[in-house]
Design a protein around this ligand. Structure first.
Ligand SMILES: [Zn+2]
Ligand SMILES: [Zn+2]
Length: 162
């Protein structure tokens, strides 16, 4: 979306609200479009860009592989400047003009915030490594492979109790 920033830069206290849909077709895990809602405002001469991107994210759980959908709300907070004073800071966005195309900034912040690992739930039990059952829904009777020495001992004990 293109925002006309001149009135914002020229007037302390000025504010512009916006809301739009941004297509994110390059990302199969994101249900497109994302809803972008926010505002640009001039507070004491500093122009803030403050928005939130909301979208459904669907990906397989890293542990149990179950497809899991979750709503994401990504905050996008920046300060818009027309010149930089040697500051290298991700927070500052250097504008090339007073017509500001927001899409690249929003898209980049969304990509940076995507999780590198994804679980269906915090305490996902994963799948049994022996029978492959999803242990969140099912229990199984698999055991870790028995130490052969223990197996012999168990057999001795079994024989004794007979
Ligand atoms: Zn899981
Ligand atoms: Zn099992």
């Amino acid at each position: 979306m293109i925002l006309e920033l001149e009135p914002i830069f020229n007037n302390i206290g000025q504010r512009l609200d916006f809301e739009y849909q941004l297509a994110l077709t390059d990302f199969p895990t994101i249900e497109t479009p994302a809803n972008i809602k926010g505002s640009v405002f001039n507070r004491a001469g500093v122009v803030h860009f403050s928005a939130a991107a909301a979208f459904d994210y669907e990906a397989p759980c890293d542990r149990c592989a179950e497809m899991t959908k979750r709503r994401f709300h990504i905050p996008i907070e920046h300060i818009l400047v027309t010149a930089l004073n040697n500051e290298e800071n991700d927070e500052f966005i250097l504008l090339s003009g007073m017509r500001f195309e927001t899409d690249d900034l929003v898209r980049e912040d969304i990509i940076l915030s995507l999780p590198s690992s994804y679980l269906c739930r915090e305490d996902c039990k994963g799948v049994c490594q022996y029978c492959g059952k999803n242990l969140n829904n099912d229990s199984c009777s698999c055991h870790a492979p028995t130490d052969p020495r223990l197996a012999v001992l168990r057999q001795l004990l079994d024989n004794e109790s007979e």
